[in-house]
Ligand binder design. Structure first.
Ligand SMILES: [Zn+2]
Length: 165
């Protein structure tokens, strides 16, 4: 495996994306909306620093007011990418298991979705570019890429086109 094109670390409490709840008005919203927005903001800021890209302004499908690039090319990588996130969650005091297998933390796929969305418009232009994605959940200091506190280590590779690398 070649070295990742981008590797960066995010500190903060990881939030999963995907648990929806109905409001009184019959709309669906993320059950953990505030935590999710804070975590996605941290991931995006770390990606901005790692890639040298800025966030698209305004967020949406129109051209960026800062650089005039349309949304479909507003990113560091414009082709297929491989994404790996090692997500470190806090170990509750009552838990002795080595790995986070209790219901107290989110599922790997919900973490993957939150991080995948947060990187859109910075690392890649659209999350459909992530053809090969992986999220690993761990307690501190268990996985080789685990942090000593909650957060995530994110690695991104462009996928080489067969026969051209
Ligand atoms: Zn821009």
């Amino acid at each position: 495996m070649t070295a990742p094109h981008f590797t960066f670390t995010v500190y903060g409490t990881p939030a999963g994306q995907g648990n929806l709840k109905g409001t009184r008005h019959g709309k669906l919203r993320h059950a953990n909306g505030a935590e999710l927005a804070e975590w996605r903001g941290k991931v995006r800021q770390a990606a901005v620093l790692a890639t040298g890209q800025h966030e698209r302004q305004p967020f949406g499908s129109q051209e960026c007011v800062l650089c005039d690039r349309p949304a479909k090319v507003h990113a560091a990588l414009l082709g297929p990418v491989r994404l790996e996130a090692v997500v470190t969650v806090a170990r509750p005091k009552s838990v002795s298991a080595a790995w986070p297998i209790t219901r107290s933390s989110s599922d790997w796929d919900h973490f993957a979705r939150a991080i995948g969305d947060a990187l859109t418009g910075v690392a890649y232009a659209d999350d459909s570019q992530v053809c090969d994605g992986r999220a690993i959940t761990t307690y501190p200091r268990i996985h080789s890429d685990a942090l000593d506190q909650p957060g995530a280590v994110i690695k991104i590779w462009p996928i080489a086109i067969e026969g051209t690398s």
